[in-house]
Design a protein around this ligand. Structure first.
Ligand SMILES: [Zn+2]
Length: 99
């Protein structure tokens, strides 16, 4: 018997891996760019100033999988208003197993 939410979970995995790829790219890209700019300008404030946009971008791309809605109840699958668990195997609202 096929999972009625299979397409939903396929889309979640696509969003999750895109987020992970962008996080790694932003981490290394931000580090490399910040190092290059620090070497070019030779000022201690350049590295953190150049790295902050990449940190903010990483936080931004991580929001979509963190707030992914449950296909059964529509609530965020991995979080409640006070709690977040990215490793849960069941919806934190209705208990639907992760597909
Ligand atoms: Zn649910």
């Amino acid at each position: 018997m096929s999972d009625p939410h299979e397409e939903h979970w396929r889309e979640y995995r696509r969003v999750y891996w895109r987020s992970m790829g962008l996080t790694v790219a932003f981490f290394f890209g931000g580090g490399i760019l910040s190092s290059v700019l620090s070497a070019a300008f030779r000022a201690p404030w350049v590295f953190p100033l150049a790295f902050v946009p990449f940190v903010l971008a990483t936080i931004w791309v991580s929001q979509e999988p963190m707030r992914w809605p449950c296909p059964q109840c529509g609530e965020p699958f991995f979080s409640t208003w006070w709690y977040h668990n990215a490793f849960t195997k069941k919806c934190l609202h209705c208990g639907l197993p992760k597909g």
